[in-house]
Design a protein around this ligand. Structure first.
Ligand code: PEP
Ligand code: MG
Length: 569
């Protein structure tokens, strides 16, 4: 039964903001077969398939480019994956065979997509299992193109409700029409949530199946700050939401206008606000949106589609181009973080039972030192002319870091680099957090990878929809580790070891306030989040942030910790 008017569903805040509007259930989408019709001659049906493919390809290319402009290249890559499916023989071969056996082009496409999706669904690896949704979506678009029905159902508007929004569905939402997103499942670090944040659409995920019982057209209020959805809210609540939304819009405009000014707390202390990027295009967008530099270049994103890893010269050239776009702003290059959820075609690895606990990050580089050396050299080559720093992901022990430091100093000597180049850790393994004071004697900085640090601290796989609440920041357990790290960094009195954060927590405003209160001085995030984050920090004094952080360390849960920060905003 639909939830009664006035009832509140509780979920997880996935993208900030508030909005009220008519519910629009996305439904299961592509599960209904196309209507029957007698098949034409084999060549005619094959030609229709071909035409359908071409039509979907054109549409997808346009959507991908639009999305790249709206949300950035990394998000747009999801539609790139859909494009690749249009050339995938695993899908096309069974479709053509079915046509040869007398099926219509649309029925053959539909059945092929269902078959391939079923295979993906049966795979034990969740990321591959998720591909099933992509295949079904591409199949449905193909059927629609062949039968001449609307390519995609009328663009959803109002409050979009789904069981779990696929990344591609999220990517296609038009921020002008969609007021908010509510989903029964989903998690904060899932790609769909990341996209909602970069599009600026408020979202609450993990609401449970009750959300799917809300009737289309019912007014729904989505509070993406508190993680709540109110069904058929009172007029007063809607009124409040509308004015909160309007205030937020005005704030966003002010924030954007001031984004090229440094972020200083109300009490005057400076917080460096940097961008996380995956390649050259993102760098330009980051600068435009007010990034003071790049706090995390995920080098593996540049190699995702490559059959072979690029050599030293090519890597050096790419880094130089990025550094040039940054025009004197600092650039932190992270060495390859392949493995787990980021397999690289150019770096085949044996299957593992627990890839997130397997050979990933620096463990790959230490097993194949040539790989690491190539990256160290490529980065050091740009160091003479640009302020680059290096950091190493997934370090768990001091010995691992010492080995990297040795390779780094060797490369520096070979290349005769004389300028200082900082070498730091992407601190994301709890063991390294606990040992931070020991690391502080030899690292130049800690950049906290809170996505993985949270995953390993809470023993909750990131992106596992059923564990969304465990991953939702700011977890007091993670905040306590941050404190341990900041205190550890301060023990090496003779050297400055600064602490930044480059996980998703950095761009979450309430979390950022607590992090600043704990002594974090650099925050690196998706470029789209920068203007408002800078603006929010300007209104908070260090003393208030410190008090909220101290209370948050004593909080029993993330909601309480979050509220302590929200009270300052
Ligand atoms: C992290 O783990 O928080 C991080 C910044 O790295 P990635 O998301 O690439 O694992
Ligand atoms: Mg990580």
């Amino acid at each position: 039964p639909p939830p009664p008017p006035g009832s509140t569903l509780t979920g997880v805040a996935a993208s900030a903001g508030v909005a009220a509007g008519a519910a629009h259930q996305l439904g299961d989408g592509p599960t209904k077969p196309p209507p029957d019709r007698p098949a034409g001659a084999t060549e005619d049906e094959l030609a229709r398939l071909q035409q359908g493919l071409a039509q979907v390809r054109t549409a997808l290319v346009a959507e991908r480019d639009q999305l790249a402009a709206r949300a950035g290249t990394r998000d747009a890559e999801i539609l790139g994956a859909h494009l690749a499916l249009l050339d995938d023989e695993a899908l096309l071969d069974p479709a053509r065979s079915a046509i040869a056996a007398g099926a219509t082009a649309e029925r053959a496409s539909f059945d092929a997509a269902q078959q391939v999706a079923a295979v993906y669904r049966g795979l034990p690896e969740p990321l591959l299992a998720e591909r099933a949704v992509d295949v079904l979506e591409v199949g449905a678009r193909l059927v629609a193109a062949i039968t001449g029905t609307a390519a995609v159902a009328a663009a959803p508007s109002g409050v979009v409700i789904a069981d779990e929004l696929t990344p591609a569905q999220a990517a296609r939402l038009e921020p002008e029409r969609v007021l908010a997103i509510a989903s029964a499942r989903g998690s904060v670090t899932a790609h769909a949530a990341i996209i909602a944040r970069s599009l600026g659409i408020p979202a609450v995920v993990g609401l449970g199946r009750q959300a799917l019982a809300i009737a289309d057209g019912t007014t729904v209020l989505v509070d993406g700050d508190a993680g709540r959805v109110v069904v058929a809210p009172s007029e007063q609540l809607v009124g409040e939401a509308v004015s909160r939304r309007e205030r937020r819009r005005q704030r966003a405009a002010v924030a954007l206008a001031r984004t090229h000014i440094d972020a200083t707390l109300a009490s005057g202390e400076r917080i460096e606000v940097m961008a996380n990027i995956g390649g050259l295009e993102d760098a330009a967008r980051a600068v435009e949106l007010g990034a003071e530099g790049v706090g995390l270049l995920r080098t593996e994103f540049m190699f995702l589609e490559r059959p072979e890893l690029p050599g030293e010269d090519e890597q050096a050239a790419t880094l130089l181009e990025i550094a040039r776009v940054l025009d004197g702003r600092p650039l932190i290059v992270r060495t390859l973080d392949a493995g787990a959820d980021k397999p690289l075609p150019g770096l085949p690895m044996p299957p593992e039972a627990n890839p997130f606990l397997g050979v990933r990050g620096v463990r790959v580089g230490l097993a194949q030192p040539e790989l690491l050396r190539t990256q160290l050299r490529a980065t050091l080559r740009s160091a003479a002319a640009h302020p680059v720093k290096l950091m190493v992901p997934m370090v768990a022990t001091l010995a691992e870091f010492v080995t990297v430091r040795r390779l780094f100093e060797e490369a520096r000597a070979e290349l005769a680099v004389t300028v200082p180049v900082e070498l730091g850790l992407t601190l994301e393994v709890p063991a390294a957090a606990v040992m931070a004071d020991r690391f502080a004697t030899t690292v130049d900085f800690f950049s906290l990878g809170t996505n993985d640090l949270t995953q390993y601290t809470l023993a909750a796989e990131r992106g596992n929809a059923r564990l969304a609440a465990l991953a939702a920041p700011p977890q007091p357990a993670v905040l306590r580790l941050v404190k341990l790290i900041v205190d550890g960094a301060a023990t090496a009195a003779d050297r400055r070891c600064w602490v930044g954060v480059c996980g998703e927590m950095a761009g979450d405003i309430p979390s950022a306030v607590l992090l600043a209160g704990l002594g974090v001085t650099e925050l690196s995030m998706a470029p789209g989040l920068i203007p408002e984050l800078k603006q929010a920090l300007r209104d908070v004094s260090l003393r208030d942030a410190q008090a909220a952080a101290a209370a948050a360390l004593e909080a029993d849960d993330a909601d309480t910790a979050r509220q302590l920060a929200l009270d300052l905003l």
